[in-house]
Write a new protein. Structure first.
Length: 277
């Protein structure tokens, strides 16, 4: 059975008003920057005592003057880099899907979601393999970035399938300053952990305008090329015309999830073969 990770999603700052999320979701507070979360991660690392001391020391240094404040920030960043580069003992039999409602299976049964279908298919050849479905309806790239470090530490996956950005796009977030930047940070974190990234490109409905929708789609292609990662692309128009979407025109129906699973399988099978060969 596909394991669903119930890590809670993050929400954006309170001074920004967004439309209703695409599906049921729980709300929790999100630190206003990822730096706060990274600091928490550092304290929990194997070198936590030493790093905690450095954090305490640098907080005192900051109180003197601006120059020493800059020095303390640099010193802290070095320790953050060391912590981020700590090697994980990766689980060769674990795949994590980090996504939104397209992965969570909004509108279909849990066993009909493409991550569950993927696990069932892969288990035929890899019986010990587990797919951790960390998809949460309504999640954004900011929420994914917030959740990712804990997912990597908890599951230590060999492969991370990244499917995020759709909700950011539906809310009209800046592609360059927000969506792409968050995705870049997630890709870097996954690579730093030693895991392999597989990314699913998301399309927006045409009513968001040619310029925005074209730039949004191109963003995934650019990221795949820049970071040399596998990309799964799909045509929203084609899926709608093929009756693979639910009535909202955004979420895939049961047949749509089957198609996504087949496309993911094409990309992930060679990776698994190389790992287990």
């Amino acid at each position: 059975m596909c394991i669903r990770d119930r890590s809670k999603p993050a929400i954006m700052a309170n001074n920004v008003v967004f439309p209703e999320p695409e599906g049921p979701t729980k709300e929790i507070g999100l630190p206003r920057s990822t730096d706060k979360f990274i600091s928490l991660t550092i304290v929990k690392s194997p070198s936590g005592l030493l790093t905690s001391f450095v954090m305490f020391l640098t907080s005192k240094i900051r109180s003197f003057n601006g120059c020493l404040g800059v020095f303390s920030a640099i010193l802290l960043s070095v320790f953050m880099t060391v912590n981020a580069s700590e090697s994980l003992s990766l689980n060769e039999n674990t795949i994590v899907v980090l996504g939104d409602s397209l992965s969570a299976g909004y509108g279909v049964k849990a066993e009909e979601s493409w991550p569950s279908l993927l696990e069932n298919t892969l288990k035929k050849n890899y019986p010990n393999l587990s797919v951790i479905n960390a998809g949460i309806s309504g999640d954004t790239t900011s929420g994914g970035l917030f959740r990712l470090p804990l997912l990597l530490k908890k599951h230590q996956p060999k492969i991370v399938i990244l499917e995020l950005g759709g909700n950011d796009g539906l809310r009209g977030m800046s592609i360059k300053r927000v969506i792409k930047k968050n995705l870049e940070q997630m890709i870097s974190l996954i690579h730093a952990s030693g895991s392999i990234v597989l990314m699913i490109g998301v399309e927006l409905p045409p009513n968001y305008g040619d310029l925005y929708t074209t730039s949004f789609k191109k963003m995934y292609v650019d990221l795949a090329n820049d970071y040399n990662i596998s990309l799964i692309e799909g045509s929203l128009v084609e899926m709608v015309s093929s009756n693979l979407m639910q009535s909202d025109g955004i979420h895939p129906n049961q047949a749509g999830h089957v198609l996504i699973e087949q496309e993911v399988l094409k990309k992930i099978a060679p990776i698994l073969f190389n790992i287990t060969d």
